[in-house]
Write a protein that binds this ligand. Structure first.
Ligand code: B12
Ligand code: SF4
Length: 481
């Protein structure tokens, strides 16, 4: 069969609230589709198109199957448009990934749907597709339990990327090579945070990669792609310290650089920050989420048994716990970024200001203030829906920069949105660019994408402010996404 794998772009709303951050740091290829390509037998002719970097689909080209992912809810509407576009040409499509997995009925109006991990379904989907008997819905739970998950086969992925018949312009072609390259040491997560989709799809499963297999994967990636840096895409990186150390040694031996997403509790507990810095990590993204423990516990569901263990978290010492995690990074000379979530229902504007102050004091390479999104399929979504707090069900707004939940304390959504905007700007003052560029971390080439992102956010803000003032288009030389 000739199979096309598509990573859909989001449909963007250009408006006051539309921050620049979302589109910048994306991996070299979609990990979900990379995994599917890895599981596809080589007798099939496979192509990969990444709309996120501007590759354009040719709907007139003949395919036997089109496989589309919805890793993010913001991709859903475009995924449905693509399915519609191919349906007009009689090409069968299958949609999977986080959003479709948890909104099966909705997605099935546009194409066949695969809900959950594809490992034990994919073979059947390919067989059905070959027989032209693709079913409307495939549910992972109806197949044998996934006990070993798929890993990246970079050879197959490279072939699929090289095979693309999409139009790629030079800037986008170059920008692919400036993207961090996805790799992982584990998949899944044993925790059950209420605002996260992972527990709903992985059902607390956790799979660790054999360090020797990781070594092989690294060798192949280095040979075929020679990425400028890697990006760990583990859901819960560092869960098993012994296994993590063994994996990190493989990165050290390979002499490569990487970035990682990590939780503060794991940084607080042991020597992780030092191990990361010693083995080639150039930036750690720390998901701090909130300075308000009620939001963490009640809204996000991070109470016991949870990722807070090890942090002695309570109202009084929450800042101290976070500071301890940050200090570990500073002592190890490990550049770090901070990620926060604001829940309008419970957080006040003062909470935002506290976060901004904390972030500015912290010495982070980059900090990101995001709205908590009631991600469809999560317990947080159900709870907020039941309470009547959800302001919009337009998935293209579900990008963490639009207010989606009703603020309390009599503040209007517009006021809250504006306060968020203003506080975000305080994190990225244009006047701070020179100091930012001269900071210690900026001398490392691998941190450059993050520095570029940070500068781009500032410039994008400047552009938006000018656009607000002069309502006609100006020829600004701003960076492509
Ligand atoms: C790594 C990661 C990132 C990386 C890279 C993202 C990427 N994948 O391209 C970075 C750090 C950049 C990132 C950023 C963000 N992320 Co993120 N991220 C992840 C994470 C931890 C892993 C994703 C992954 O690639 N896993 C590995 C692959 C192999 O697994 P998989 O996607 O589950 O795919 C399997 C199945 O779903 C299925 N499948 C998937 N697609 C298809 C298609 C077909 C046809 C079939 C048959 C099967 C199938 O089969 C696959 C194999 O088993 C997920 C958590 C998660 N569980 O998805 C969050 C997650 C995707 N991120 C999320 C969010 C919210 C964000 C941010 C918005 C956070 C923020 N506030 O900034 C940003 C957005 C950035 C942007 N827009 O550019 C949410 C998205 C939820 C949603 N419904 O929208 C998730 C799910 C985490 C969560 N909180 O629940 N993220
Ligand atoms: S620890 Fe992270 S991946 Fe695991 S359930 Fe919580 S938010 Fe999701």
């Amino acid at each position: 069969m000739r199979i096309l794998f598509v990573n859909p772009d989001e449909i963007k709303h250009i408006e006051y609230s539309d921050y620049a951050m979302g589109g910048y740091i994306r991996p070299y290829f979609s990990p979900a589709l990379g995994m599917l390509i890895s599981m596809t037998p080589e007798n099939h002719n496979v192509e990969y198109i990444d709309e996120i970097i501007g590759e354009q689909i040719d709907f007139n080209r003949r395919y036997d199957l089109v496989a589309i992912t919805t890793t993010w809810t913001i991709q859903a509407q475009r995924a449905y448009q693509i399915a519609d576009g191919f349906a007009k040409h009689g090409v069968p499509c299958i949609i999977g990934g986080n959003h479709a997995s948890l909104c099966v009925e909705e997605a099935s109006r546009y194409a066949s749907v695969a809900s959950g991990m594809a490992e034990n379904m994919w073979e059947q989907i390919l067989a059905d597709s070959e027989r032209r008997t693709l079913r409307p819905v495939y549910i992972a739970e109806d197949f044998p339990d996934v006990t070993a998950c798929a890993w990246f086969d970079y050879r197959k992925i490279k072939k699929a990327i090289d095979n693309t018949h999409a139009h790629i312009d030079m800037v986008n072609g170059l920008s692919r090579n400036m993207r961090p390259f996805p790799i992982l040491t584990s998949r899944g997560c044993p925790h059950t945070c209420k605002m996260c989709v992972t527990p709903e799809i992985y059902h607390k499963k956790y799979f660790a990669v054999d360090p020797d297999q990781l070594e092989e994967q690294l060798a192949i990636a280095e040979k075929l792609f020679k990425p400028f840096m890697y990006m760990f895409i583990d859901e819960y990186f560092g869960h098993d310290p012994e296994h993590t150390s063994a994996c990190l040694q493989k990165f050290k031996n390979a002499g490569v650089k990487y970035g990682v997403q990590v939780t503060p509790n794991l940084l607080c507990e042991g020597n992780l920050a030092r191990e990361l810095a010693d083995t080639g990590c150039v930036v750690a993204s720390i998901g701090l989420e909130s300075l308000n423990s009620e939001v963490l516990d009640d809204d996000f569901g991070k109470a016991e048994p949870s990722i807070q263990s090890g942090m002695e978290l309570n109202d009084k010492n929450i800042e101290a716990s976070y500071t301890a995690a940050i200090r570990k990074c500073q002592e190890a000379k490990l550049p770090f970024m901070l990620f926060w979530l604001i829940n309008p229902v419970r957080n006040s504007i003062e909470d935002m200001e506290k976060i901004v102050e904390f972030s500015k004091r912290s010495g982070a390479v980059l900090s990101s203030l995001n709205f908590a999104v009631p991600l469809p399929g999560t317990k947080f979504f159900q709870e907020q829906k039941r309470k009547g707090n959800i302001l919009s069900y337009d998935w293209s707004r579900y990008n963490t920069f639009n207010i989606l939940l009703k603020p309390s304390n009599g503040i209007s959504a517009e006021e809250f949105q504006k306060a968020m905007h203003d506080n975000f700007i305080k994190l990225y003052p244009i006047s701070g660019i020179p100091a930012h560029l001269m900071g210690e971390a900026s001398f490392s080439i691998e941190v450059m994408p993050y520095i570029v992102t940070s500068v781009a956010v500032r410039l994008e803000y400047l552009k938006k402010m000018v656009e607000k003032t002069f309502p006609f288009s100006l020829p600004f030389p701003f960076l492509p996404k």
